[in-house]
Design a protein around this ligand. Structure first.
Ligand code: BTN
Length: 261
C-alpha cells in the first residue's frame, strides 16, 4: 500500500476518523494492521474496491466479490486494554449492519436476520459476513456486504444474495451510502449505552425457536448437537436446548448448519 496516495472517502464517520479507500489491496484486515501500527485513530476505516486475498471467518475460506459493486472494509477500534473491549463485539457489529441495511433498503425491513455468530441474512440467504480479529487492544472488524453483486457463482447461488437482487431494482444501490449508515449504527451501538443489544439481537435471530444442527468448535470437528435454538446469552453465546432436554447448552464457538433442518 502506498500511503501518501491513499484516497479518503467524503462520507460521515461519527468516530471522527478517516475513511480510506483503495482500489485494489490484499485484504483490508491485513492493511488495517499497518494503519494501527502507524497510530491511526479509533474508528479509522479502510475500504477496498477489490481484495485479492479477502478472507472469511472459517480458516481457508476466501471472501470474493466482484470489483466496484460491493462493500469490503475494516474498521479499527482501539481499546486501552482487553477489559475495555465490548462484549459480543461481532454480534453487535452484526446488529449495526442489520439496522443499516433496513435503513438503506426499507423494503427489506423484516426480511433481515442475524445468523449466529457473524452472518447477516436476507430471506435466509447471506448478504453480509463479519470477521473480527484482535491483538488484545486493537480490534479489527471486517465487514463484507453484497450490495450490487448481480450474480453469484454456482455453489453460492442458493446461499448468497445481494441487496440489489433482494430489492429487485434496476439501479445498483450506492454502497458508500450504506457504509455511512453502517458507521452511524455501529457508533450508536458501541457508544450510546444501548444495553438492550441481547434482546434486540435475539428478536432478529435466524432460526430462533427452530430445530437446528450445530457443529461444535471448528467447522470440521464432527461434533454435532441437535436441538432447538432458544436465543443468545449475555456474552453473546448461542443457546440450544438439546432434543429431549429442558435446559439450554451454551456455545461460544461453532457453526450452525447452513441448510434448513
Ligand atoms: C465471513 O462471512 O466468514 C466473514 C467475511 C468477512 C469479509 C470481510 S470483507 C472486508 C474484510 N476483509 C477481509 O479479508 N475479510 C473481511
Amino acid at each position: 500500500m502506498v500511503y501518501y496516495r491513499m484516497m479518503q472517502l467524503d462520507i460521515q464517520n461519527p468516530f471522527g476518523a478517516p475513511v480510506y479507500f483503495e482500489e485494489i489491496l490484499s485484504s483490508t484486515m491485513d492493511e488495517s494492521r499497518i494503519l494501527a501500527n502507524r497510530n491511526e485513530p479509533h474508528g479509522t476505516v479502510l475500504a477496498a474496491d477489490f481484495q485479492e486475498k479477502g478472507r472469511g471467518r472459517i480458516p481457508g475460506r476466501p471472501w470474493i466479490m466482484d470489483k466496484g459493486l460491493n462493500l469490503s472494509f475494516t474498521i479499527l477500534l482501539r481499546y486501552k486494554d482487553f477489559s475495555a473491549i465490548p462484549q459480543a463485539l461481532t454480534l453487535r457489529a452484526g446488529l449495526a449492519v442489520l439496522l443499516a441495511i433496513e435503513d438503506f433498503a426499507p423494503p427489506l425491513g423484516d426480511r433481515v436476520q442475524i445468523k449466529w455468530p457473524n452472518d447477516i441474512m436476507v430471506d435466509s440467504k447471506k448478504v453480509s459476513g463479519i470477521l473480527t480479529e484482535g491483538d488484545g487492544k486493537n480490534m479489527f472488524i471486517g465487514i463484507g456486504v453484497n450490495v450490487g453483486q448481480k450474480e453469484f457463482p454456482e455453489p453460492l447461488q442458493n446461499r448468497a444474495v445481494s441487496i440489489f437482487q433482494a430489492l429487485n431494482v434496476e439501479e445498483i444501490p450506492d454502497r458508500f451510502d450504506l457504509l455511512e449508515k453502517i458507521l452511524g449504527h455501529l457508533y450508536s451501538e458501541l457508544n450510546t449505552g444501548f444495553s438492550s443489544w441481547q434482546s434486540r439481537l435475539t428478536d432478529r435471530l435466524y432460526k430462533k425457536g427452530e430445530m437446528v444442527r450445530f457443529i461444535k468448535g471448528h467447522a470440521d470437528s464432527g461434533q454435532m448437537v441437535e436441538g432447538r435454538l432458544s436465543g443468545i446469552g449475555p456474552k453473546g453465546e448461542l443457546l440450544i436446548i438439546p432434543q429431549g432436554e429442558k435446559d439450554p447448552l451454551s456455545f461460544i464457538t461453532g457453526e450452525l448448519d447452513f441448510y434448513p433442518y
